[in-house]
Write a protein that binds this ligand. Structure first.
Ligand code: UTP
Length: 297
């Protein structure tokens, strides 16, 4: 029987420079998609996949993120007093149990690989998930849950993979595919941010991973990779060289890059249109501006 994946690392220590000046004081992960912070979507997805321990890798200036997970008894009491049952339920559904959540500090933004490595003592010798909250995935079955189900069959390391056109490959880690078995592909190499002509496939890695502890040992030994940062991709690729299997998983769902402004705006529209209470009004507005634009052409 495979060991269950019950721990997830959420690296949230990045500087979020693409959202300056907002990220001077607001952590990117707390920015709201409709009415929920990005991090709440990540927590909900992890819970649906069976995660019981939530490990955040934070940094200086992320206090608002830690505060978000505190219970709010005064606010709850006020909502109860005013009989706002629905709001109360929404608020309570975000509560974390004591001891469920842990924070470790990344003292310097040395890259995603380094951020994951900072959580090594809380992982010990078991498989774990990594979720990047700025990759938001709209899916019928949450992406990490799909991956956990695949992991139960394959074991090894699994990375979420998405098809991208060659000119976009340079923004991602790209898989060198050994065998394509449908949603799951076995991987013989990974290249971080390749040039379009050097991308080994059209399968890019996005922010969901199930990893074995040997990746943490690889991170122990890592030198600095592309861009002077310690890359998680390099540590996973090193596992292939050590003879440990790595799989790509083509998830079913739509991924939004909420680390970029355009992606964040697209996600906002998509998530708002999926909401009964907002769809009609937003749709009408979008139609109006499209009509005005067409008329102007
Ligand atoms: P990004 O590449 O989006 O970097 O990190 P960033 O700092 O968040 O944002 P920009 O590029 O400056 O706008 C991807 C994920 O890895 C985490 C980030 O918090 C984000 O969740 N990360 C990145 C760390 O935790 N530590 C790092 O040193 C780098």
């Amino acid at each position: 029987m495979r060991k269950k994946v019950t721990k997830a690392i959420f690296p949230v220590a990045g500087l979020g420079t693409r959202f300056l000046p907002a990220t001077k004081s607001v952590p990117k992960e707390i920015m709201t998609l409709v009415d929920r912070p990005l991090v709440q979507y990540a927590i909900d997805e992890a819970r649906a996949a069976g995660i019981k321990e939530f490990i955040f890798v934070t940094s200086r200036g992320k206090g608002a993120l830690e505060d978000y997970f505190d219970h709010a008894p005064a606010l709850e009491q006020e909502l109860r007093r005013k009989n706002k049952t629905k709001l109360l339920e929404i608020l309570k559904s975000t509560n974390m149990d004591s001891g469920e959540i842990a924070y470790v500090r990344q003292h310097k933004a040395l890259g995603l690989g380094h951020a994951v490595w900072c959580a090594r003592r809380l992982i010990a010798n078991e498989p774990f998930a990594v979720i990047l909250p700025d990759d938001v995935i709209a899916a019928e079955k949450p992406c990490l849950q799909q991956m956990v189900e695949a992991y139960e069959e394959t074991g090894g390391n699994i990375v979420a993979a998405m098809e991208v056109p060659p000119e976009k490959a340079g923004a991602y880690g790209v898989l060198d595919v050994a065998e394509d078995m449908g949603p799951v592909v076995s991987v013989k190499g990974m290249v971080e941010k390749p040039k379009a002509e050097e991308a080994p496939s059209n399968l890019a890695v996005i922010g969901r991973y199930i990893l074995t502890p040997s990746v943490l040992q690889n991170l122990n030994r890592m030198k600095q990779g592309a861009g002077g940062e310690i890359q998680l991709t390099d540590a996973i690729a090193a596992d292939i060289e050590a003879g440990n299997p790595v799989f790509g998983y083509r998830f079913r769902g739509q991924r939004f890059d909420c680390g970029s402004k355009a992606g964040f705006l697209q996600a906002t529209v998509a998530f708002a249109l999926a909401r009964d209470d907002l769809r009609e009004e937003l749709w009408q507005y979008l139609n109006e501006i499209v009509q005005v634009d067409k008329a102007a052409q």
